[in-house]
Write a protein of this length. Structure first.
Length: 456
């Protein structure tokens, strides 16, 4: 396989490009990661109420289609925050976050169901074949802000008890897209879809992934954390690594989680924690994080749309996080942790939002891997190195299992490999390393990624 870029070239691009303002494929001008001023919550709401399209339409990078599209964006933002009381706000990775009470978040306040669901029993978080103890012991850990608990304006990045950190949705964010639906979409031109069900032959989106068709109540992965550089000046759009928990009937339905470097969306050049859902094949439903109603957040120790204090380096320190979905009590619960043995419940998607589709009762397809979007050039996936490079060089996903139907028994995954763009991205594995924590907690795993480039 041909290397389109060497690791050193990738690193040089990171160093040279991280501070640049770069144009994307549709002329999107990406904001630099740092905020130049802090905007208090009440000032933000007042500014949104008074905003006019003339304030944004002429901005470099603005893509908002017309006055009607702008007004839909403005009204959506106001509806998300109407009557909300914020205990305090802070800046993180170039975005403002607001500490909102659990009961006042949009997915509760704007829902007919005002109650907060009870998490699954702690026993669900005990791993395969071994009792690893109480996973709640490390629930207070906040790996995304380790060593940076206070922002540059002196604001604490830790929300008060009973409140959750929500990344603020602004008109600067939404007007980088033509319509509100475009802002909600997984990616441009249908990209970002569950790979095994995506339209074949699509030019924009490329994958390296594994999958298994199996009836299940959820799945678990531990994802190696990287921040591959996305060169928007060359038409590159995003790079991600994630799991897809999927239902296939009557259309694609998903609950997704992973990391993603998407400069046009997040306004910065580093990977962020994201979740996504769709109930109708990425058509009219779904959005990232909490940008529309759907996900009910109950935990405060993770930051949707936020980056991390540390990312893995080639031949150096390796970082990771565990993510799992589990269907319990009519809710698809999301668990997050810094390792397979300390994940805690963070929030949930109500299964009812999937209507009469598969995901209302179970999933029948699980997928793990990476995706990139570009035009004639594609960004690196994973670390940017080939999967064959192995630990410390290639990205990995490990401790891969699902809860099998009908008794929700933890079962190792039996994965099939897909390499639709082998000249740019690859998979090594899957392998079985056994399971005997804490000395060995890899189980089923694989390496993934590649340098990208042209001709993918």
């Amino acid at each position: 396989m041909k290397h389109f870029r060497s690791v050193s070239q990738i690193h040089n691009r990171v160093l040279c490009g991280a501070a640049m303002l770069l144009f994307g494929t549709s002329g999107i001008l990406n904001a630099q990661a740092g905020q130049k001023q802090f905007v208090p919550f009440n000032q933000f709401v007042a500014g949104t109420k008074a905003a006019k399209i003339s304030d944004y339409f002429a901005k470099e990078g603005a893509q908002v289609r017309d006055t009607q599209a702008f007004e839909e964006m403005r009204q959506h933002i106001l509806s998300q925050y109407e009557g909300v009381q914020v205990s305090h706000s802070f800046e993180l990775d170039g975005s403002h976050f607001d500490c909102v009470s659990v009961e006042e978040q949009p997915s509760v306040r704007l829902s007919d169901d005002k109650s907060i669901a009870t998490p699954p029993p702690a026993s669900v978080l005990k791993e395969l074949f071994a009792d690893t103890g109480n996973a709640a012991d490390q629930s207070a850990a906040r790996p995304q802000i380790a060593g940076r608990e206070t922002d540059e304006f002196g604001n604490s990045r830790v929300c008060e008890d009973g409140t959750i950190p929500m990344r603020r949705i602004t008109l600067d964010d939404t007007t980088r897209f033509a319509t509100l639906r475009d802002f909600f979409s997984k990616g441009p031109d249908g990209s970002g879809q569950a790979p095994h069900l995506a339209t074949p032959g699509g030019a924009a989106h490329k994958y390296s992934y594994t999958y298994e068709y199996v009836n299940n109540y959820g799945d678990t992965t531990t994802i190696n954390l990287w921040s591959p550089y996305v060169n928007t000046s060359e038409g590159e759009v995003f790079s991600l690594a994630q799991s897809w928990t999927v239902g296939t009937s009557p259309t694609t339905q998903t609950a997704e989680v992973g990391w993603q470097n998407y400069p046009a969306f997040y306004g910065g050049e580093n990977s962020r924690l994201f979740i996504y859902w769709t109930a109708d094949g990425y058509n009219k439903t779904g959005c990232y994080d909490e940008n529309c109603t759907g996900f009910v957040q109950t935990g405060s120790n993770w930051y949707l749309g936020g980056g991390w204090s540390n990312y893995s380096t080639i031949g150096g320190a390796q970082y990771e996080f565990t993510a799992r979905y589990y269907l319990s009590g009519g809710k698809w619960w999301l668990g997050l942790g810094s390792s397979p043995t300390n994940a805690t419940w963070f929030g949930y998607y109500p299964a009812s939002q999937y209507g009469s589709g598969t995901m209302a009762t179970h999933s029948n397809l699980i997928e793990f891997g990476s995706e990139s979007v570009g035009t004639s050039v594609w960004p690196p996936e994973g670390s940017g190195d080939w999967a064959s490079a192995g630990f410390g060089y290639a990205a990995y996903q490990r401790a891969l299992y699902h809860w099998s139907d009908p008794k929700a028994t933890a079962t190792w995954d039996s994965l099939t490999v897909a390499e639709p763009s082998p000249s740019c991205y690859s998979i090594a594995g899957p392998y079985n390393n056994g399971w005997n924590p804490p000395s060995n907690d890899w189980g089923i795993y694989f390496y993934f990624g590649g340098p990208g480039g042209s001709g993918c």
